[in-house]
Ligand binder design. Structure first.
Ligand code: SIN
Length: 480
């Protein structure tokens, strides 16, 4: 297992900021110790990336695409070992980690396909003798800052289109989960990526981000994380007009219409909410269920939730692993306590499950009914396995409450009629919507939000376009 930073083509033990322990959230055991970088290492990485940028940009597209395709294949071939690393450092069940590995590989195959499909275009200028040509160029050196909840996939979805477009990539993964990122970098190098193209550094987030973003040579930042940190980064990007993609906090509504297939909606709620123990940005947080079916929905979700196996992620059959750290558990507890104090009704869960010799981080899947927008869990992301349900009287009320949040990443609508469910979905102010579907994410489709959830899209052709600039040539030929 690689535990060192990758800077200027070398795996290095040097860390001007000391070192940090990486611990398994399910046991608290230290699984690795990783050097922490600061401004000087960030600068070395940037110098190298900047120097190599023109060469990578000039590398034929087919050659870049071949590296990405080989990477996709090798990621899949190493699914088991990568999944174990993911589970060990972020806690999610092994089966989910294996899906994340496949999801990551898909970003590489998709980026390879999209860059080969990105052609020059002719524009009709309607002026005699003049031809308009539109082409694309790499934006230049890019920086990626990625979170701990999908330690492999969130890096893959940034690195793959950046490299496809011809950009050298600087990456700072979350310090809780550096090992998946190092493992991915190893694969890329084995698949022929020139080492100057990719630098992966764990360390002092402020020092690294400041060094990269205020320098002028980094031309693009892609960030996945909190809205609060996103705002700070945007300020740092302003002086040098660094282009940004921001995938920030979510607060998805899950609307169940009166005519919904309740079984499908219950299955969808369990699947989307309890993925990674509720620690995903697109997890539903506000369940808006028609009043005629709200009690039945709550009771059936509780039955399904009670059957989920809570265990360390590496245990066979685990469906809910630990939360990432103690502070995450405290936040979930606070949300549940606030809702109950304001009149909500606990249907199931509401506390941690004790597992002998394990930290107190295994929160039981929780269902709370009679919720309303005054509660903390309706105001901000819980990032834990809690389903707060509010009864609504109409589609209009559901849409109004869903859109009243300043966040707008994802949403879900379950309804018995395709056209009307789609009609409701289209009125939601968010970027990704599942209609009778609980797992809308796909490496070939656009992912991203609106309002406080950020801007820019990742995935497919949309993700690639974030890493290119459009160049227009007005060509007058002098040849006779
Ligand atoms: C996220 O939680 O930010 C990513 C979730 C996904 O890609 O489905």
């Amino acid at each position: 297992m690689q535990t060192r930073n990758l800077i200027a083509g070398r795996w290095t033990d040097i860390g001007s900021g000391g070192a940090i322990d990486v611990a398994d959230p399910a046991s608290g055991e230290v699984i690795a110790r990783v050097p922490m970088c600061g401004a000087s290492e960030a600068l070395s990485a940037l110098n190298c990336a900047f120097e190599f940028q023109p060469e990578w940009e000039a590398t034929p597209i087919t050659q870049r695409a071949d590296v990405l395709r080989a990477t996709a294949a090798m990621v899949v071939a190493r699914k088991d070992s990568l999944a174990r690393i993911i589970t060990q450092e972020c806690g999610k069940p092994l089966a989910e980690a294996a899906s994340e590995v496949q999801y990551s590989a898909d970003y590489f195959s998709s980026a390879a396909q999209e860059i080969q499909a990105l052609n020059e275009m002719e524009v009709s200028l309607e002026r005699p003798g003049l031809r308009g040509v539109v082409r694309h160029r790499a934006v230049g050196v890019c920086a990626a800052i990625t979170p701990w909840n999908f330690p492999l996939a969130m890096l893959a979805r940034k690195v793959a289109p950046a490299l496809a477009a011809g950009c050298a990539q600087l990456a700072k993964p979350a310090q809780e989960t550096p090992l998946s990122a190092f493992a991915l970098a190893e694969i890329l190098l084995e698949c022929g990526l020139p080492p100057q193209c990719l630098h992966v550094l764990i360390g002092d987030a402020k020092a690294i981000a400041t060094t990269w973003l205020m320098d002028g040579r980094v031309r693009k930042l892609s960030f996945t994380g909190s809205t609060e940190t996103g705002r700070l980064l945007l300020r740092q990007c302003a002086p040098e007009i660094v282009r940004c993609s921001m995938e920030l906090g979510g607060h998805a509504a899950f609307i169940v219409l009166q005519d919904a297939d309740i079984e499908l909606a219950v299955k969808g709620a369990v699947q989307s909410k309890f993925r990674n123990a509720g620690q995903t940005c697109i997890c539903p947080n506000r369940f808006l269920v028609h009043e005629s079916i709200a009690s039945e929905f709550a009771a059936r979700v509780a039955v399904a939730a009670a059957q989920l196996k809570i265990a360390p992620g590496l245990d066979a059959g685990c469906q809910i692993g630990p939360l990432i750290h103690d502070a995450a558990v405290e936040k979930v507890r606070a949300h549940v306590a606030d809702a109950l104090a304001r009149g909500a009704k606990l249907i199931c869960g509401g506390r941690t499950k004790e597992i002998p010799d394990r930290p107190d981080r295994f929160f039981e899947p929780t269902v709370i009914a009679n919720c309303d927008p005054s509660m903390l869990c309706f105001e901000e992301e819980t990032f834990g396995p809690v389903i707060p349900i509010m009864s609504v009287a109409s589609e209009i009320q559901a849409i109004e409450i869903a859109n009243s949040s300043p966040f707008g990443l994802a949403g879900y609508v379950f309804g018995g009629n395709d056209a009307s469910a789609r009609g409701v979905a289209q009125q939601l102010q968010c970027g990704v919507i599942g209609v009778n579907e609980a797992a809308p994410s796909n490496a070939r489709a656009p992912f991203g939000g609106v309002k406080y959830s950020g801007y820019g899209r990742e995935g497919g052709a949309w993700g690639l376009m974030e890493y290119v600039t459009t160049q227009y040539l007005a060509l007058r030929s002098l040849e006779k």
